[in-house]
Design a protein around this ligand. Structure first.
Ligand code: ACO
Length: 329
């Protein structure tokens, strides 16, 4: 028998420390005007030095479990979508399992960068749909501040730290995840990468001297890819869900650049009140942007049962993903 998968609880955690554009003006050759005009970002959150991604993810996970009314002992699986794991191995999901005491849960990490939350949601949904697993925790997010070169104005103004989490379980038929589109274009792999520290270029004095342990990005190429896939993947997700653009109640896009979001909103003729934007406060927090924005929309009373929610993301890979949810809570 097939079951209907959907989100049954959400939570997020953002570090307290706020880093403003004014502070960045004192660190690199940039201005608040440039950052706001080119990206829409005004401030971002930065985790304290003693914390790793699992610390943020664990707090988000506890909040999502509380929201879902699920005890950690009920979890069948934990999937963590992050590009900044605590270590290359063990996986961060196992570290979060340890923190939760979710001893029954199978654990693995999934790397699809900023598209990771929708990828994770998709994987979890397949297990729930098939009936082999009932309650799955998906944690998405990043500590991008740890892999950012704070002397590189091209990248350091864009990113922040944060975590979001969702419990994926069974929902009423006709609700939940109506469609998912996943994709990638590996020809763009070098446009966004962390070159050293893996098996290609193990960490060495040379890699550190050359700054290869920092995120490297060709912003213009990523921008072009993002605008294209936001439109194409979202369109496909809407068609696959069997709805039309007019049925979308809320668009929750990956929060990377306000110009990318506005281009997609224009294409779908979505008025401002149907588009969730919080990148002005958090910047790009990778796979956390969508769960954080979705939960903030709920907290603001912008989501009610039956709403059609369109989500879309892009990230390193280059990967992309889009999905339509019919809100079940
Ligand atoms: N302050 C002032 N000037 C700057 C800054 C800055 N912070 N950063 C770049 N500039 C300069 C550049 O040096 C360039 O100067 P030049 O013309 O003299 O060379 C000029 O501004 C314009 O640079 P562009 O790259 O053309 O600026 P653009 O309008 O494309 O904006 C940006 C750059 C914001 C990076 C944009 O391309 C973008 O948002 N790209 C997508 C990035 C993204 O979403 N990445 C996702 C990563 S997610 C993940 O998977 C981790």
């Amino acid at each position: 028998m097939q079951h209907t998968p959907g989100i049954t609880g959400l939570g997020y955690y953002l570090p307290e420390r706020v880093l403003t554009n004014a502070e960045l003006e004192r660190m690199v050759d940039t201005t608040d005007e440039w950052i706001v005009a080119r990206t829409g970002i005004r401030e971002r959150r930065i985790a304290p030095p003693e914390e790793a991604f699992s610390d943020l993810g664990l707090r988000a996970a506890n909040r999502a479990l509380h929201d879902a009314g699920v005890d950690p002992s009920e979890l069948d699986m934990i999937i963590v979508a992050t590009d900044t794991p605590d270590m290359i191995f063990p996986n961060t999901a196992s570290l979060i399992q340890r923190g939760l005491g979710a001893w029954r849960a199978a654990c693995f990490d999934l790397l699809a960068a900023c598209s990771g939350f929708i990828y994770g949601l998709s994987v979890a949904s397949q297990y729930v749909r098939s009936g082999t697993h009932e309650k799955i925790l998906v944690v998405g997010g990043s500590l991008l501040s740890r892999i950012t070169d704070w002397q590189d104005r091209n990248t350091c103004v864009l990113f922040g730290d944060g975590a979001g989490a969702a419990v994926v379980g069974r929902v009423e038929a006709g609700f939940g995840l109506l469609s998912v589109i996943l994709g990638a274009d590996g020809r763009g792999a070098t446009h966004l990468s962390l070159p050293a520290g893996g098996s290609r270029l193990p960490a060495s004095h040379e890699t550190v001297e050359q700054g290869m342990h920092y995120l490297h990005m060709n912003g213009r190429e990523v921008f072009k890819f993002a605008v294209r896939v936001f439109e194409e993947a979202a369109e496909e997700a809407i068609v696959q869900a069997g709805i039309s653009k007019e049925d979308i109640d809320l668009f929750v896009p990956h929060q990377a650049n306000i110009r990318i979001i506005e281009a997609a909103a224009k294409r779908y003729a979505l008025p401002k009140e149907k588009v969730m934007v919080n990148l002005d406060r958090y910047g790009n927090i990778s796979a956390a942007t969508i769960p954080v924005a979705l939960q903030e929309a709920r907290e603001a009373g912008r989501v009610t049962k039956g709403d059609h929610i369109l989500m879309a993301a892009f990230g390193a890979g280059l990967t992309y993903a889009a999905a339509v949810l019919r809100w079940a809570l």
